[in-house]
Design a protein around this ligand. Structure first.
Ligand SMILES: [Zn+2]
Length: 508
């Protein structure tokens, strides 16, 4: 009995102590949670807003339109311009339309062509022309695949884009600023076929890469590239004078930083591809506005397939030679392929060779990942080396027919390979960068935290030199804080708490 009394006393004391301890723990937890929420209020509200908006296309587009998206690392300058602009410029320049193949050509308007005024005489004629110069309405044309329609457009507006380099850049700067995007690496071809012919001819009879490079230097590659640098400087002067930025850079386009990536057209002879690559590497070494090079044109075309491995070896050599010159950044279209487009064997090695032979720092598309010989090993290498993949969701849908669950976007993310969202050709494909974020958020149920990481990664994996990159990242972090603050200003504290309680995002 005595023992029971003592136990009861002890239990009461223990209980009281336990109660006080629990209350203290609860109090500390509440204070900590409140302090955490106060410190992360803006980001938590933004996160809940995105979760709420994910299934509401209007709200999602609005939210992601305003969200700072860092940079677009995969965009072809002429493919980024909407057809309406090309039509406007072609009319102003007095160009003509060759009606047989919808190609805009230079005046005088010969037989088989009409003036651009005539080509756009009424709404129906204008509509047909805009469709022919873009992917608009391509779903209705069952005689031509999205792939063929896409690649056919470039030659149609080629004579306009050639004459409007500065205008195209200006057009893009304004477009990106409108979409809360601060940086773009614009892919551009700097050497036309006729211009580079003397260098291609100079390679005849030379077998080794060393001999070929010596032959190009003997044929005057250095001064020729210096002249291209001067041309580019003049174009940039024109761009800056047309931008007419004020001290606070408030005018349209003035807040967007831009650089160029030199394009190499891969469906040419091996010597021509060597020449183009040598020109691109030399230009990137002497011109800070050119931050790297990339191979373009259909990866499934006959020469691109036949010479793919040889191209990778040319890239590996010219990006790192001469030995005393600084290495050049390489981003490569690799794996913009799918089952059915090419024989299965062709799907097994393109991304792997771009990484392991060419030394690419970024992969464009990487769509055919599932068909690579050892995708797990490839993903491991990409993760360890920090090789980013530029994901172009709309482009892959339209050109390759790959979308949703079939797309390797989740596989790259699951393997912790750096991933960025980009547009590819938002003019031809009638899309924009915001749309790529909308698709990613909607189709892959991404959280706000993930979308932020993707946007930031587009600056981290840019080819900017480190000091410039740091500046852009600081600018991005500031803009993101402003965006999140602007979101929390849209709610009262009570509304905010309700929003967070109803739409807390599970990490994905
Ligand atoms: Zn591309």
């Amino acid at each position: 009995m005595a023992l029971r009394v003592r136990t009861t006393k002890l239990d009461k004391r223990t209980l009281r102590t336990a109660g006080i301890t629990l209350a203290a723990v609860a109090f500390i937890a509440a204070v900590t949670a409140t302090a955490w929420l106060a410190a992360h209020w803006d980001a938590t509200i933004s996160s809940a807003m995105l979760t709420q908006a994910r299934d509401n296309p209007t709200a999602l587009r609005q939210f992601l339109g305003r969200m700072p998206k860092g940079g677009d690392l995969h965009t072809h300058l002429s493919g980024a311009v909407y057809a309406e602009r090309f039509v406007e410029w072609a009319i102003a320049d007095g160009q003509c339309l060759r009606t047989a193949d919808w190609t805009i050509v230079n005046p005088p308007c010969a037989d088989g062509t009409v003036t651009m005024q005539e080509a756009t005489r009424d709404q129906a004629a204008r509509d047909k022309l805009i469709n022919a110069l873009s992917m608009r309405g391509h779903e209705d044309n069952h005689e031509q695949t999205g792939h063929d329609r896409f690649f056919a457009t470039f030659t149609r507006f080629g004579e306009v884009s050639r004459r409007h380099f500065a205008d195209m850049v200006l057009d893009q700067l304004v477009t990106y600023q409108d979409q809360a995007t601060q940086y773009a690496e614009l892919m551009v071809s700097f050497a036309g076929g006729a211009e580079r012919k003397i260098f291609v001819d100079a390679l005849a009879g030379h077998a080794t890469f060393d001999d070929k490079l010596d032959a190009l230097n003997a044929a005057g590659l250095g001064p020729w590239v210096e002249a291209r640098k001067a041309d580019l400087a003049r174009e940039i002067e024109t761009i800056e004078s047309k931008l007419a930025c004020d001290i606070n850079r408030t005018r349209p386009g003035c807040k967007v930083t831009f650089r160029f990536i030199a394009q190499i057209s891969r469906n040419n002879t091996l010597n021509d591809v060597f020449v183009q690559t040598a020109i691109a590497a030399a230009l990137a070494r002497i011109e800070p506005m050119v931050v790297g090079f990339n191979y373009v044109q259909p990866e499934d075309a006959t020469i691109a397939l036949k010479d793919y491995s040889a191209h990778m070896r040319i890239i590996a050599y010219l990006a790192t030679n001469p030995a005393d010159a600084k290495p050049v950044n390489v981003a490569l279209h690799a794996g913009e392929l799918w089952l059915g487009l090419v024989p299965p064997h062709e799907l097994t090695f393109h991304i792997g060779e771009a990484v392991n032979i060419a030394g690419a720092k970024r992969i464009g598309h990487g769509t055919s990942l599932a068909f690579e010989r050892d995708a797990d090993q490839l993903l491991k290498i990409m993760r360890e080396r920090g090789i980013a993949v530029e994901i172009n969701l709309s482009s892959n849908d339209m050109v390759l027919g790959v979308r949703g669950k079939e797309h390797p976007f989740p596989a790259y993310r699951a393997a912790d390979v750096p991933v960025v969202l980009s547009t590819d050709d938002h003019g031809v494909q009638r899309t924009d960068l915001t749309n790529e974020y909308v698709r990613a958020a909607r189709d892959y149920k991404l959280t706000y935290a993930t979308l932020k990481r993707l946007a930031r990664a587009s600056l981290v994996h840019s080819f900017l030199p480190e000091p410039d990159k740091r500046k852009e990242l600081e600018r991005f972090d500031t803009k993101l804080k402003e965006f999140e603050r602007s979101n929390s200003r849209r709610t009262t504290i009570i509304e905010g708490l309700k929003l967070i309680a109803g739409h807390a995002a599970a990490p994905r």
